[in-house]
Design a protein around this ligand. Structure first.
Ligand code: HSE
Length: 293
């Protein structure tokens, strides 16, 4: 028997919540097919991308190795991975592969694991790609929608937030950025005044999505800490941000560690207008538009 599962692209940070917030963008997906084998975990085929086929280096198979060890499984898994999400794009491809793999394996095992346990296994896969343990892509890839991922001494709490009725445009320039490199350039400290101003933005965001207050969201949808440190890595960033604001966007920022970027807009017309202008002026970029779901 072979099981297929899929997981969506995700956009981490969402401007105001570095390493905390993320949302699913199911226009793009990774897919995984899994069957049982007598041996170990093997990655028999990768479609759509050049990635390591060594199971100990691929984000889809690392969670399965951990699962086999911890659950004491007497069999292995044979895995086929189809990458629909561009590599090193900031669109959560490594998390999606890991999530699709744990969902498929859990179905093959007749669903013994809770979502919280699946999250923990998928995070082990994501960690080898990003050089740090942050669940802001894995959480929305597994739970869907808009999520908040909170780490404490008891592990992670994943909280699903109301998804605002807005439209999202995602832009992917022809460039790759390794998350681990985009993390290395970040200053380890934040001045106190900036910490306060950014905390206000996260607080305003959380209130706004619970109350559908898009005017409040618009005033505070801004990354004062990470975006200024990373935006110079993306040549098109400042022109695209100005274009988004001119098209009436609520906000525009880097998707995860970049180089992809995203914008939230209030109407479908604004989203399509922005998409069309990006297509005309930046023909080298891929652009997708979709309602948030
Ligand atoms: N929060 C992480 C970062 C997400 O921005 O480094 C990486 O996809």
């Amino acid at each position: 028997m072979e099981i297929m599962a899929e997981a969506p692209a995700t956009i981490a940070n969402v401007a105001v919540g570095f390493d905390i917030l993320g949302f699913a963008f199911p226009v793009l997906k990774d897919r995984v097919w899994i069957s049982k084998t007598d041996g170990d975990i093997e990655l028999r085929e990768i479609v759509g991308s050049r990635l390591p086929s060594d199971p100990s280096k691929n984000t889809a198979t690392v969670p399965l190795i951990r699962m086999k060890e911890e659950l004491g499984l007497a069999f292995g898994f044979s895995v086929k991975l189809e990458k629909g999400i561009p590599l090193s794009s900031g669109l959560g491809g490594s998390a999606a592969s890991a999530v699709a793999a744990v969902l498929a394996a859990n179905e093959l095992l007749d669903e013994p694991l809770t979502r919280r346990e699946l999250f923990r296994y998928a995070l082990a896969g994501e960690a080898i790609a990003s050089g740090g343990v942050h669940g802001d892509n894995v959480a929305p890839a597994l739970y869907g929608g808009l999520t908040m991922c909170l780490e404490s001494t008891n592990g992670f709490d994943i909280i699903s937030l109301p998804v605002p009725e807005l439209h999202c445009v995602v832009i992917h320039p022809p460039q790759q950025i390794q998350t681990r490199n985009a993390r290395k350039i970040l200053s380890p400290t934040v001045p106190l005044s900036l910490y306060v101003r950014q905390s206000m933005r996260l607080a305003a965001f959380l209130h706004a999505v619970h109350t559908n207050d898009f005017a409040l969201l618009r005033r505070f949808f801004e990354d004062l800490v990470i975006e200024p440190q990373r935006s110079s890595l993306i040549p098109q960033f400042s022109s695209l941000k100005s274009l988004a604001i001119n098209c009436g966007a609520i906000g525009f920022s880097i998707a995860g560690a970049g180089p992809s970027m995203f914008s939230w807009l209030e109407t479908e017309e604004d989203a399509h207008e922005f998409q069309e202008q990006v297509n005309n002026r930046f023909p080298e970029c891929y652009v997708w538009a979709s309602p948030l779901k």
